[in-house]
Structure formats: structure tokens, C-alpha cells
Write a protein that binds this ligand. Sequence first.
Ligand SMILES: *Cc1c(COP(=O)(O)O)cnc(C)c1O
Length: 819
Amino acid sequence: MSHIPYTLSHIAGILQPESFIRQPGLVISQLVIDSRSVIDPEASLFFALSGKRDGHEFLQDAWDAGIRSFVISDRSCLERFPDANLLLVDDVLDALQKLAAYNRQQYGLKVLAVTGSNGKTVVKEWLYQLLAADFNIVRSPRSFNSQIGVPLSVWQINEAHNLGIFEAGISKAGEMDNLESVIRPEVGILTNIGEAHAEGFTSSAEKLLEKLKLFRGTELFIYCPEYTTGIAEKDLPGKNRFSWSMKQKADLQVLFTEPIEGRTYIRARYQGDEIECLIPFRDRASLENGIICWATLLALGYTPQEADIRLEKLTLVGMRLELKTGINQCSLIDDSYSADISSLAVALDFLNLQNQHPKKTLILSDLYETGKPDHVLYAEIAALLKQKQLNRLIGIGPHISAAAELFDLEKEFYNSTQDFIVNFPAVHFSNETILLKGARKFEFERISKLISQKIHDTVLEIDLNALAGNLQFYRSKLRPGVKLMAMVKAFSYGSGSFEIANLLQYHKADYLAVAYTDEGVALRKAGITMPIMVMSPEPSAFDAIIKYRLEPEIYNLDILKSFTAYLNEHERGYPVHLKLDTGMHRLGFDQPDIPELVNLLENLDKIKVASVFSHLVGSEEQVHDEFTKHQLQRYGDMAGQIAERLGYPFIRHISNTSGITRHPEAQLDMVRLGIGLYGFDGGLPGNKGLQTVAVLKTTVTQVKHIKPNETVGYSRRGVLPEGGTIATVKIGYADGYTRRFGNGVGQMLINGIKVPTVGSICMDMCMLNVTGLDVKTGDEVIVFDGRHTIADLAEQIGTIPYEILTNISQRVKRVYFYE
Ligand SMILES: *Cc1c(COP(=O)(O)O)cnc(C)c1O
């Protein structure tokens, strides 16, 4: 392999730690920050970073995964892991950056760095597409651009590479210096500067100046002057500069842009001539990112003709793994974007987090990993597949086919995608999770079409990373040791069933809660093994509750008696949860019930009280704070009376989402997190700190021109006195877009512009007023997303986000993204 063989003693020489090394000659090839994503444990060095959770907590997991070498800052680990190779440093993150910076300095390759508020990843990926024909490129995986992502990216550099393209992002002042010393770019590219990530800085000027530190030592700086206003020319970085603009004189001055059949024609002035290019996208963001790439090609010395030829072939960057429903009861994870070992490891992890089918299949194309001979590359992959316990491999391409004998599992090989497609009827898929992963050249989207269920044009996209981020957000607010129950009732507030539960199980939530038994049964059938509480345990479902080890909420004496009677006489300690009414007046035991309840419980060996809980009625609003206190007090009294008589401990819980945010004293032993997971919190102004989980999209089916005084839709409710243009879109009240949104009350986004509804909402469709806009059949329409939010929609019709989310009907297909 062409990476410098870094031995532990070499690394110790670089980091100067206090070292306790048993295997000084051990060669390290992988730097690991998460024990779950190891590829080759022997050759991995684990960095115990402290983020929202302290990496030292995961040393045991890493050890169990086979890792033997660690960079730590907590001295107590020396005793806990006497047989490990330990490098004790003051600051683990700093050590990671130092090691990466060292690796960077060993090579003389040309390095491009990209930063900005938006578009970094797209620009980086597009430059890769544009330059791959001329260079052996190493680039940041996905959107690895943080204090941790950058060093991990730069660590990949080896002697086979002659060009590096890395992105850098910062969230607070002072961070860019570190990234600059790791990347040491020769060319700097500034992308769109928007409002993203303004937090962590006192002003946007401060933010920009911090960003520009990345380019301090560059030979060439490529930028748009509108994004650097307020900074004197002499203070801009770069020995040489290349500017582009759509508004003013610049090295590349865009004169006009015009959409043509889904593409954009661009004309510009460059070195005194008019030049042109065609970019295969229409939306504003892609257009701008395309122009940045155009400017970069020209600044690097490509001719306008060559740049035009290359830009026209740009393809969409889909960085996310997509989980969808497949044919024959299969789930499909679609990833036809990047085919290298590190992204394969991430995809396999996501595959392994799926429990809903017994079998796991990987369809994999030839991989392109610069600087590794085939036998080494495929042996590594074979080891990875073994480690991740894959059941079947379908290899596509001459290289992987030639390495067939290296793979020790059920396998079949095809020379090309076409070969596979021709043979498709003979390939058997049923009740399995299929990971589809191929280099772009293999056009695996053709395979995806064959094995995924057709998705209608209206889809609810769920961002699983955002959901995991929201989970971490609330976790970081909990006192150590407080447990977390994740509320996945009502199809996880409309967002999914096992898809969400798999993720929560993986992230080690302590409990799940569903409303009805059948929701719990569905989760068990999909392989969810963690404890599940059922809030409305109907007697007709006791059988299923017991069969699937679900834990009923007991809210009155009748349920308690009938459930106990139902249990087998040999049953001991079946877990149940007692619900107390402290003011909600919905379900639960009242104070006067308590004596009889405890009398009964004392003599019941069959069941065990796992927890005692209540529910806050107004945790999000200050006006109810007095009442919240009163509820807590009541809860404390009642739970205390139960505890006194039971003689064994149980979990106490009362807080919901806003309770966590606004009432730290109500955390008790556990909290129940609901709507916050999905990105909303009535107790958190502007939902600050939460990420958007759900995006609802549909498409334009037809565009019509309406004459003055004609009407639109049922009962002639839609009136356009001046005439105009309407777009019919494929979503109606049967999808959950209620009739209350009709007649201009609701709005949707088309090509970034908000447009109102016209006329009544129909069952499967509705009409939007797009007068004066460039809208075509097939255009994407956003019903809600992170900009035009569910909270906005809720306000338009006077309801709450909970109702908007849970209303989206089951016929709207859900697609899950993970990166
Ligand atoms: C739905 C529910 C929750 C979660 O409430 P959020 O406001 O969504 O966090 C908690 N506890 C009970 C009993 C619930 O029914």
C-alpha cells in the first residue's frame, strides 16, 4: 500500500504523548472515532474524542470490536486497559489534527480547499467530477468538513494522489486556524455565503473573516466580490485572485442565464470575449455552484471550450443513503453515489442497523480506490463483509468478478449492469435488506428501478441523521444517568415505524412507547428487541402483548385486574407501567385509588411495576408553570406512597419534550421524548437547535392558463379576476393536506418561490397560483421543509405541528435518508 506505513512508535514520535505501547511496530492505517465503524480493527487507532458524549466511555466497545490502540486524555484508562497501546495526550482532537497535518506535509500534491455557508459539498463533488480525468484525486468523504472530518479526510492522502479537494466548515470563531494547518491549500474557493451557521459568531463579518483564514497561504483565491463586501481588497487572501459575479465586473462576469429544457444556458464575459456554457440544472443553488466550478476551471487554466464540454456532463450529487420499500417484502438501501471503502463501511453500518428482515444482500460494483491493487482492495472488502456478517454478495463488473474467490459467502457475479439486468428474472430476492452500492459509471439507478416499489410523486422524506441529531440535542440536556423513552406512537408522529425504531435502538434509547398493541407488534416483527411500552393496552390484545413481551400501561384497577388474570399462573414479574393522573384528567389512577392499588400490588408476584409515571399538561407554556409544579408535587406524593409499600425500586417519569427543555427539575429517572425528536418543541423559541426531519414533496402534473373571470376547482371557489396561470399538483386532502389549506390559505414552494393555493383542495390534487412564474410539468413542489416549515403550516390553519405531521396519510410513501 502506498500510504506511509505509520507504526505506533512513528505516531508516538509525531504526537509526543506519554506513551504506553506494547506493539511499537504495529502499523496503523485507519483512524477511528466511532467503534462501530471499524474496518480493520488491528490497524486502527481509536481517538477518544469528547463531544456531546465522552469518547472514553466507548473504549470498552472499541476494545470489544478488536481495536488495541488508543489516543486518550483520561489517565484512568491506563489501569482499565493494561494490555492496550495507549497514547496519553492533553487534547485528543488536537492530536488527531496534528497527525493529519503531518501526513499532509509528507506529500507535494496540489490541494484545493472549499469553504462557504452553502454548497461546499456540491462544489467539492462537482470539481471532482470535472477534474477526475486529469488527476488522481483524494477528496473529503461526503460532507466531512468539521474539526474532526477534515483531519480524517486529509489522513487519506497517499503518494498515488496528485490532487486533493477538501471542504472545511466551522461553527465558531477560532476554528479555521486548525483546519488551515491541516489542509494547507494552494487554491481556495469560496462558495455561497448565506445565513447558515451564523450562530457562534458575533457578526457576519467576523464569520467571513474567520472563513477566509483558510486561504491565508493560497496561491490562488476564487471568489464572488458580493460575498466579501466590507473587506478591503488588500485584506483578501491569495497571491492571485479570480473573481466571478452575476452583477458586476469580474474576471468571469455572467451576463445572462436562461433556462432551456431543464438546463441552464449561461453567457459571460471572460478576458474580453463572450463565452458560454450549459449546466444541466435549473435551480438557483445549482446554477451558482455551477458558475463557481466554471470559474475554477478557467482559473486553473482550462479553455472556455473545454470547460463547457465538462460542465455539461455534471451529474446530481446524491450524498445520502436512501432507504425505501422494495419488491417482494424487501427493503432497499440505495447508494449509487460513491464507491470507495470508507463510504461502503458507512453503508454497511446502516444496513446492519436494519432488523426488519433476516437476510442481508449487497449488490456492489467494481470500486475505484486510487493506489490499491485489486487483490488488496477486494481482500479488504471481503474482510469487511465478513466482519459485518453479510449473507450474500452480488458483484457487478470485471474487477470484482475476477476477485470472486476472495469472498467467503453466498455470491454471484456479473460482468456488467446490463448483464445483471438481462438475468434479473432468475435472481431471487425476498424478505431481505438489499444494499445497492455502485460507482456512478455502473448506472445502478437502473437496478434500483427494478427492485424498488414505484414511488408516487408525493413523498415524505425523513432525514435520519437529523432525527439522531435531535435525540442528541435532548440527551445533552439530561443529567447523567437519566433514561430516555422515545415516543414512537402514531407511526412515529407520522414519520415511520421500524425505520425510526431501528435508529433509536441503535442509538441506545432506553424505551420505546407506542399507543396501541399492533404498533408494538409491528416493531417486534421488524426485529426491535428493546423494551416497548403500550399506552392503550386493549384487553382484546392482551394475548399479543404477552406473546411479544410488550409492557402495558396500567391506568386503572380494572385493567390491572384483567391483565393479571390473563397472565399465566407461572408468570413472575411481568413488567407494567402505572399511569397516575396528576391533572391531565385523561387516563390514570387518582389519589383515592392508591390505597387499593398498593394493596393489590403487594400480593401480585405475577407483575412487577417497571415504572410509575404521569403526564404534564402545559410544560411548554410559562402561564402553566405553577400548574406544572403542582403536578410534580402531586406526582411525588402519589409515587412516594406506592414506593413505600412496594419495597422495590421503579423508574419515575413525567417530562415530555418541552418538559426537558423548560423543567430540568422534572427529569426524575427518565424523560419521554416525543415531538422534539421530529424537530419541534413548543417550549423552545423558534425550535432553536433542532433540525428539520421531514420534508414533504410533490410535483406539478399540469400547467394551465386561465382567462379573466374563469374559475378553478369545485364549486367555482377559485377566482382569478385578471386570469393567470395555475399549476395542478399531486397532493390532496386524502394525503393529509386538509381542505382548510384551500383558497389561498396554504402555500407551497416551487423553484424556491412561495405560491398560494387556488380554489378548494381536492381529494388527490390541488391547484396553485403560479401566475408570472416559470413553472413546468414535472417541477418539484415543496409542501413543507426546513424553510417553509410545518410550524408555518400549522399556524396558517390554526393548529399545532403534531396534527400536520400525523395527518400525512399512509399512502404518501416515506423515504429515509442517512449519511
Ligand atoms: C405523546 C406523549 C408524550 C410525548 O409528548 P411530546 O410533547 O410529543 O414530547 C409523552 N408522554 C405521553 C404519555 C404521551 O402520550
